[in-house]
Design a protein around this ligand. Structure first.
Ligand code: GLC
Length: 475
């Protein structure tokens, strides 16, 4: 079975969030299960020099996109049994940023067209084309529209995965022909609510749809979660399912994953974490005291991540309890500034690290007692699973994949703390309850061990994807 993943991110080559992590791990698992697996993505300006040196020139392709004659050079890296193809086009992708450019629509239309031309011009025709998020949506749409008469492509079965429905790829309708090179007769495929909506197009025409947790698959049927697409989701739900993501335990391991000051494992969870806490306190200039509970957050500073709940009660938490709070992330300026202000009011209790780097994030996972993830909605979420692998207890809002992965203290299989309503004080009271439990060393240790023992490996989920692919092929 040949599988081609179409994606705008794949760790370690290009990653700005969870999509990158998933595309860095799932293809490898599928290859381990015996499939012939490739991943195709743009070659960004930010690609590291050491990876550039590893790349081998594979092919040149050229094609027309609307009135433009254009093309790409294709480079290849083979890694862990997976072939990674990078599409180089300096005009569109030799930039530091992955997205957030004014011409994103044109850039990813080019990318998707290039993916289809790559398949045709190099003869790499997969059995399964698995496209991810809006940036890859047009690859499915092209196969099912402009290229639908081409025999070689007709046997491809397409899977489309929603990693986050908030980002749909919406554009004004007048660019259909000039930018996307799509004939007016296909307008209905991508039109939605007066716009071109690329995610809607892929949802409509792809053979199968997945999203990244079973609970999110259910939530997407409701307006509250679906960002305007509930009607479409309900109309395609017969070909849709939720498969929860896993995490990469070789990378996120307190024992073997590297980057932390004091590696530790199952036999010294509590002591190992305490040493890492002291090290982080020293590094950040916080009072060094292993008995003070440390709460951390590692997050994009965006509305959907529940930052407003945190800002609402953070002062109250820091004034009323003996606790330290460290947050790592970048995002909306309003949130960055509000966090800096609160930090300046609590210099011995809080650090707002307005940046992102993986080493610091791992040190925080290792050092913390509690990991806060109060997202308003969360398709899957990886960090609540990652923190468990470090024996750090998650405090989460029970939505999406958070509800699928974390069970509340007191319930069977508990591995953290879960609050039901999106309410700042409900979250605060739960944090305080957790801080009370922290004083009960035996009970706390049991819960830490349970979190650490949670199994979020990719193996089971990869098996579900294999089943989906096989069913589509035998269909
Ligand atoms: C998106 C979602 C996140 C999910 C990730 C990987 O970033 O917001 O919840 O874990 O994709 O699927």
């Amino acid at each position: 079975m040949k599988v081609l993943y179409v994606t705008s991110e794949a760790a370690p080559y290009a990653a700005s969030g969870g999509l990158g992590d998933v595309m860095g791990a799932l293809p490898r698992e599928i290859a381990n299960d015996g499939a012939d697996v490739s991943v195709i993505l743009p070659l960004y300006g930010s690609m590291k020099e050491n990876f550039r040196r590893e790349m081998k020139k594979y092919a040149d392709i050229s094609f027309n996109l609307a009135w433009r004659k254009t093309g790409a050079s294709v480079f290849l890296i083979e890694n862990s049994g997976v072939k990674y193809y990078f599409l180089e086009n300096h005009y569109y992708f030799s930039r530091q940023k992955l997205y957030g450019e004014p011409d994103d629509g044109e850039r990813f239309a080019f990318f998707c067209r290039a993916v289809v031309e790559f398949m045709l011009q190099t003869g790499n025709i997969p059995d399964i084309l698995h496209a991810n998020d809006w940036q890859a949506a047009m690859s499915v749409v092209y196969i099912k529209t402009e290229y639908s008469q081409i025999r070689e492509l007709q046997k491809i079965r397409t899977v489309y995965t929603i990693h986050n429905i908030e980002y749909q790829g919406k554009f004004p309708t007048y660019i259909l022909g000039d930018v996307f090179g799509l004939d007016a007769k296909y307008f209905g495929v991508v039109e939605y609510d007066g716009c071109i909506n690329l995610m809607k197009g892929a949802l409509t025409v792809s053979d199968y749809i997945t999203t990244v947790s079973p609970n999110y698959a259910t939530e997407l049927r409701y307006d509250y979660f679906a960002f305007g697409l509930a009607g479409i989701i309900n109309s395609v739900s017969g070909k849709m399912t939720g498969v929860i993501n896993g995490i990469d335990y070789s990378y996120f391991s307190p024992e073997h994953g590297g980057d932390i000051d004091f590696p530790y494992g199952r036999n010294n969870l509590i002591d190992g974490k305490r040493q890492n806490k002291l090290a982080l306190q020293r590094e950040l200039g916080l009072p060094q005291n292993e008995d003070i509970p440390l709460i951390v957050m590692i997050t994009r500073l965006a509305g959907a991540k529940g930052i407003d709940l945190v800002l609402r009660v953070l002062d109250e938490l820091l004034f009323s309890t003996e606790v330290q709070f460290v947050i790592l992330g970048t995002g909306e300026a309003e949130y960055e500034n509000a966090l800096r202000t609160i930090e300046s009011n609590h210099p011995t209790k809080m650090r707002a690290l307005i940046k992102f780097d993986r080493v610091t994030s791992k040190k925080m996972y290792a050092a913390a007692d509690l990991f806060l993830r109060p997202s308003k909605s969360e398709p899957c979420g990886l960090s609540q699973m990652i923190c468990c692998s470090y024996g750090t207890l998650p405090v989460v809002h029970g939505v999406g994949g958070l509800a699928d992965s974390i069970k509340n203290y007191g319930e069977e299989g508990a591995n953290g703390f879960v609050f039901a309503d999106y309410n700042a004080h409900e979250m605060l009271f739960l944090i305080k309850r957790a801080l009370d439990l922290y004083k009960d060393k035996d009970e706390w240790k049991k819960l830490v061990e349970a979190a650490y023992a949670s199994d979020f490996s990719w193996h089971k989920s990869a098996g579900k994807y294999m089943e989906i692919y096989e069913n589509l092929i035998n269909w």
